[in-house]
Design a protein around this ligand. Structure first.
Ligand code: ADP
Ligand code: MG
Length: 312
């Protein structure tokens, strides 16, 4: 019998998707950053993301407030990746019995601040007991029909762009794992690019957010769009702080940019003639969409790796 670690997270999602195909009124079900339901005037966006103690946060490293903040940001990032705006949030939490009330409240303080900052309202959820602190947030949002950005709309010849530095979150995680001090700010308080996404949505073809690393996100765009990609390694933006962390830990930070994740930047494709329509700092060109194959160019042309997988 195959184990989940044999087929991976995405192998399992493919199997799930086959069981739930072809619902009426669903413009896009499983397979993008959000599900998209068609209304007369616009689309409703629905997404859910779960954080599990030990896997997505660590009680020795993060405060309750930071855990709450992150649980909202990861979801709003998926709404941003579709070009939309978040409206409503539902929060379900399993608490171990020994969690202090003050700690539990601070989780919700972090959630409240992240929600308010992005114009979202938490309107419900569920509370239960569990051995590991587990937080699931579901968000409902909206997007105008003309602004919807899907993973599957990349076209051959498009430029592949990212909205900011990559590897900055994983750098912090690796510092904590190594028990060293340094640049952990972004890991502890990640951002999402909602404002940027709203500005660029009318101009881009495909879009996705970086939750599992650039390689994985480019792969999703290629698979959904039926195209290939070439990424130029030297163009992948990595900040000075992330590079310094790489040196400190003797790890190539490119690994974090390509296969780490949780940067919550946007990866999008755009025809070159439309590039001038968006702010320069929001569109760092890292490659182009080609007919087939997924490559990274680094002097020579090599296969692009797979990115982060929760079961591998
Ligand atoms: P993201 O990284 O953008 O949050 P995921 O990789 O988690 O996206 O999910 C990819 C797609 O698979 C999404 O459309 C999501 O809704 C769907 N999906 C993931 N897990 C499940 C599940 N257990 N049941 C149904 N759909 C799922
Ligand atoms: Mg996503």
């Amino acid at each position: 019998m195959d184990k989940l670690s044999d087929i991976g997270e995405f192998g399992l999602i493919e199997k799930i998707a086959r069981k739930f195909e072809g619902h009426d009124g669903v413009f896009k079900g499983i397979g993008d950053d959000c599900a998209v339901v068609e209304n007369e005037e616009d689309y409703t966006l629905l997404t859910a993301d779960m954080l599990v103690e030990g896997d997505h946060f660590n009680l020795d490293w993060q405060t309750a407030w930071q855990i709450g903040w992150k649980s909202i940001i990861v979801n709003i990032s998926d709404i941003a990746a579709m070009g939309g705006l978040p409206n409503w949030g539902l929060v379900s939490i399993a608490f171990p019995g020994d969690i202090e009330v003050d700690f539990a409240e601070k989780i919700f303080d972090g959630m409240a601040e992240a929600s308010e900052e992005h114009g979202m309202k938490i309107i419900g959820g569920d509370t239960t007991h569990g051995d590991l602190l587990t937080i699931n947030v579901a968000v409902i949002g909206k997007v105008e029909k003309e602004n919807l950005c899907m993973r599957g709309d990349a076209e051959i010849g498009d430029l592949i762009c990212v909205s900011g530095d990559l590897g900055k979150s994983w750098a912090g995680l690796e510092l904590f794992r190594a028990g060293k001090e340094g640049y952990t700010d972004y890991y502890l308080r990640p951002r999402c690019r909602l404002e940027t996404a709203r500005k660029i949505a009318p101009h881009v073809n495909a879009m996705i957010d970086v939750s599992d690393g650039l390689s994985s996100e480019v792969r999703h765009i290629c698979e959904e769009s039926g195209v290939g990609a070439e990424v130029e390694k030297e163009k992948v933006p990595i900040s000075e702080k992330t590079r310094e962390t790489g040196k400190k830990l003797d790890i190539d930070p490119m690994k974090w940019a390509l296969n780490g994740g949780e940067d919550f930047e946007l990866v999008f494709t755009i025809p070159s003639e439309r590039l001038t329509r968006i702010d320069k700092e929001s569109a760092i060109v890292v490659g182009k969409i080609v007919e087939e194959g997924m490559y990274i160019i680094d002097g020579e042309k090599r296969e692009l790796g797979a990115g982060y997988d929760h079961f591998s």
